[in-house]
Structure formats: C-alpha cells, structure tokens
Design a protein around this ligand. Structure first.
Ligand code: ADA
Length: 557
C-alpha cells in the first residue's frame, strides 16, 4: 500500500467462526478460533440451516501494514467490536451504516484484523435495531472493508458543493488531520486537467473554484466530474455532480426546474446474499428501475452503501437517503442513548455520502410515532445535526401518523406513508376506491398555509402479491397491479404532489411475526412489484406501461 491515504479493499476470503447465542460484547474476539471460511462482504445467516440463528460472527484476516491507518466498513449487521492484533480498537453500533476508525497499526509486519458482529437482539436496550422492525437483522459484513495508510498530515474529508451548475462554480472544503502544520499548499486537478495550487488556511480550508468545461448532473444527463487533491503526501480522488436541489412554492426543484420523484422504496435484501447485496445485483436493480422510466429510490430504511450511491450517480437516479428507524415509539425516541446513537448515525450518513449528486434528500426515523410533543426533541435534534453537516439538501422524515404528526413544521417535505386499499377497510373484498379520497384529503391538508410551500410526497403505498396468485383480491397480482396503477395515475396527474415512492421494489426478508397482512408466513414482506429473486409480478408490467405512456416523467437518458 502507498502511504497516501487512498483506501485498499480487504474484501475476499476471510477466516470465520459463528458462536451461537453469544454477543460480540461477551466475547474476547481476538482469542476466538476461526476455523471456518467466510467471504467479505457477506452475511452468515442467509443459507438454510443458518437463517434465524442468533449469535456472533467472527470475521478475521491478516493485513501487512504499519503506522497510522484508517479502517472503514461500509455497513454491517448488527453491532459488534473491531480488534487489531489483541486489542479492541472500536465498537460498531451503527447497523447498516458506514463507520471508520483511525488508529496506529504498529510496526511494519503482518497484523490480525478481527470483526466480531452479533445479530442478537437486545430487547429493552436503546440499540438502533429491534425485533419489531420489518426488516431482517442479518449477521454479517454488508459492504466493503477498506484500509488506508495515512501520511503525517492526511485528508480527513473533502466536501464539494455546487454553487452555480452552469458555470461550474463550486466550493471545495478540505479538512486535514494529523500534523497539519507540515502542509501549506494544496494542489487540485479537475478531470485530469493541469493542477492548480492554493494556500491552505489551517486544518480546514474552503476554496471557491470553477470546474473547467462544466456539465450539469441530472437524471437525463448524469454527468460526473472528477477531482484529485494532493496535500503533502496525502491524495484524495472523488467524483461529483454539478446540480442544485431546492424546495420552494410546494415544488421539488432540481437545477431550478420542478421534478416529480417517481420510483420505489428499496431494501438491501436477497435470499442468497441477505443484506450484502453485491454491486452487480444493485446495478441490475437500478438499470430495471431506470429503464422502467422511474427517477427515484427511497433507500428504506437505513443509510445506503457507497457503491449503491455511486451507481445512482452514474445512472441518474435521485435518492432519499435515511438513517435507520422503524416505527419507534416515544419510549425509545425520548431515550438519551437512543437519541445520541440516532444523531451519530445520521451525521455519519451525511459525512460519508454528501458528495453524491444522486442524494437529494436526507431523512431519518421512518414512521416514528410523533403524535405527542415530547417526540419533537429527537426530530429537531436530528434535523439540526444533519443541517450542520450539510445545509444544501432538504431534510425530512416519512410518517404514517400523517395529519396527527406534531413535527410536520420540521419536515422540509411532507412525506406520508399510507395504505388505503390494503390495511384499511379490511371488511371489504376490494377497497382500492378509497385511494382517491384519501389522496384528495392529504392534498387538501397539505394546502394549508403552514404547509403549502413544502413539496408533498406519498413515500409509501402498496399491497402484497404472491407471484402466481390470480384470485383478483388481496394477495393477488391483479389486486396489487390495480392498486398501484390507481395510486400512480393519481400522483402523476395531480399538481400538488411532488412524488410517489411505491412500497416496494422487491420482496424483502422481514423479522417480525407481525399481523399477517404485514408479512407472509414465509417471513417475507411480499409487497415487492418483483419477488425476492427480482421476478416481475403483473404490477411491474402495468407500471412500465403507465410510465411509458405518461407525459409527466422524463424518458430515459
Ligand atoms: C410501513 C413501513 C415499511 C413496511 C410497510 C408494510 O409503512 O415503513 O417498512 O413495513 O409498512 O409493508 O406494511
């Protein structure tokens, strides 16, 4: 490895052991034997015989390095401890979220990296994942593990903000760490053009620069620019997009033009990969979504991985990126430890993902029960923490308490999760006709003076369907297709709505044994318009035809 701060991937074959019933906290992981084999990224509990097992997966490999290093893991399940040789160097308490640790690796020799992760649920503890969440808590390393050898003064963060897309005017904030006094100048090169030099003004320097030959980033023209930065021995390379996002007069504006956000909620879930969905499958998912005529993904319900956002940057897909939460009640929302972990997770999400042009909305706490005033504190603290990290994007949260939410004034986008036709009117064999009146009611509510300047979205609506089930009523492909066609037709044609995220792209594995309408005895949430293997249900074809004939959405680039 070159000691320039650039990451090297440690993915591939690792040693492994699974200790059933144990928590990572209870293990002295550095001393656990690891006679089995695992592949990183990868989940332990996806294959038969392992699904549902609770315990600690111990992942281990050798690494030859020395000195100051930065270890980064782009998402894990669910929590655990990181050890280097025989020392614990950090805890992982940020399920699905990217986390990094900077530490002294020691002398130039072979070292032992151990990642111990448990999916044991800690009922009653203020952890960030619970058994009553409608998503399976896999045990594994979901994203890439990288290590970077750091020079004496190294680049901790670069934040690129578009000021004027057309002229390519950007601000570039460079945050240094280590012995920053040794560096006085920085050299920057856009798109491999000749580098320009600038003076550093300390640990944090913000420069106003012009991108030569600027091209705007948008779903139709997802043009990416590249920036390379040299500071002393330190090197940073990254891509970015010239685009602006705004919410004004009830509209969602991209580069100053109104856009309807039409697409899906998508979980990272697959029967063979669990939550460690490979980039090749992510690309297939995104290609299908783009070719169908959609332009939007709500990353439900946790921070999206680096590689996923990079693919969305390249394909021109707009992303709602949200911190982990699912139906949390006031007892959790008001817990001080839960609040601190929620805030740390949200800040980390923004810290790692803010340079992705595809990310256009930050969010948190899906369907938190915000009907009572004491829940405002965490919502307000999360919004403030995110804006302190990045004030260039709208910040919001999706609520299912809708008009009864006490925090809508804190939401930059009014985002309602509603299920007329599925969870309501269960005494009726068919209640799809309740969608229009409900959407009318919401549009009326969102037209009140206090809300009318905020964009309005339906961030969830859907119905389950079992592939091959053609009864015409709930659980059939026909019912799901009719329900979604009704909802999508309404949103595409109603000017008050800025978007719709269908629940959901593909079936995902749940872990709650909740009401049968929520998930099928197979342990899957079957509201995907594709099944868990991405096999299309009737709804996929009906939506494709609807979008093909709609004048509202931009056609594919
Ligand atoms: C909620 C929740 C989703 C999913 C959905 C459903 O809206 O936000 O994660 O559980 O319900 O399938 O009912």
């Amino acid at each position: 490895m070159l000691r320039n701060g650039l990451p090297t991937a440690l993915d591939g074959i690792w040693d492994f052991a699974f200790i059933e019933g144990a928590t990572a906290e209870s293990l002295d992981a550095a001393k656990v034997e690891t006679p089995e084999t695992a592949v990183v990224p990868g989940c332990y509990d996806v294959s038969c015989g392992r699904l549902g097992k609770k315990g600690t997966g111990v992942f281990r490999r050798k690494v030859w390095t020395s000195g100051l290093v930065r270890l980064r893991i782009d998402g894990c399940g669910l929590w655990g401890k990181i050890s280097w040789d025989n020392n614990e160097i950090g805890q992982y308490v940020n399920p699905w979220g990217c986390t990094e640790w900077v530490f002294d690796a020691g002398t130039d020799r072979e070292h032992i990296l151990t990642i111990a992760l448990d999916n044991v649920l800690h009922p009653g503890e203020p952890v960030l994942f619970h058994m009553d969440y409608d998503m399976y808590g896999f045990c594994g390393v979901f994203g890439s593990v990288t290590l970077a050898e750091l020079p004496e003064a190294y680049i901790e963060q670069v934040r690129i903000v578009t000021l004027v897309p057309k002229t390519g005017e950007v601000s570039v904030k460079i945050v240094l760490a280590g012995n920053t006094s040794v560096c006085r100048h920085v050299s920057l090169s856009f798109d491999d053009t000749p580098a320009s030099k600038a003076e550093l003004t300390g640990a944090e320097t913000t420069l106003l620069l012009h991108v030569p030959d600027p091209h705007i980033w948008s779903p139709e023209t997802p043009h990416l620019h590249k920036l390379r930065i040299n500071v002393g021995d330190g090197l940073w390379e990254g891509s970015f997009g010239l685009r602006t996002v705004e919410c004004r007069d009830g509209l969602f504006l991209l580069n100053g033009k109104p856009v309807k956000l039409i697409g899906y909620n998508r979980h990272e879930s697959h029967p063979e990969f669990g939550a460690a969905v490979p980039a090749s499958l992510m690309l297939e998912d995104l290609r299908m979504i783009r070719e169908q005529g959609c332009n939007f993904i709500r990353g439900s319900h946790y921070p999206q991985r680096e590689v996923f956002l990079s693919l969305c940057d390249r394909l021109g897909i707009l992303v709602w990126d949200e911190a982990l939460g699912w139906g949390d009640k006031p007892n959790r929302l008001c817990d001080p430890v839960f609040q601190e972990r929620q805030i740390a997770q949200a800040v980390s999400m923004v810290h790692f993902s803010a340079n992705h042009p595809s990310v256009v909305i930050w969010a948190f706490l899906n369907e938190a029960d915000t009907r009572t005033p004491e829940t405002r504190e965490i919502v307000s603290r999360l919004k403030t923490a995110i804006l302190n990290e990045d004030n260039t994007r709208p910040v919001t949260f999706a609520t299912c308490v809708c008009e009864n939410c006490t925090c809508l004034d804190l939401a930059d986008i009014i985002s309602f999760n509603v299920y007329p036709g599925w969870y309501q009117d269960l005494n009726k064999i068919d209640s799809i006709e309740s969608i229009k009146p409900r959407f009318d009611e919401i549009a009326e509510f969102a037209s009140r003076p206090e809300f009318r300047d905020k964009p309005l979205m339906i961030t969830e609506i859907g119905a389950a369907a079992i592939l091959g089930q053609h009864s015409g009523v709930r659980w059939s492909e026909e019912y799901q297709a009719r329900l979604l066609k009704t909802a999508l037709t309404y949103i595409l044609n109603h000017p008050r709505y800025s978007g719709l995220a269908i629940w959901q792209f593909s079936n995902h594995r749940s872990c709650i044994q909740g009401p049968v309408l929520l998930q099928h005895p197979s342990g899957l949430n079957n509201k995907g318009v594709l099944d868990e293997f991405r096999r299309p249900k009737l709804a996929w074809h009906v939506i494709s035809e609807l979008l093909e004939n709609s004048q509202t959405q931009p056609k594919n680039n």
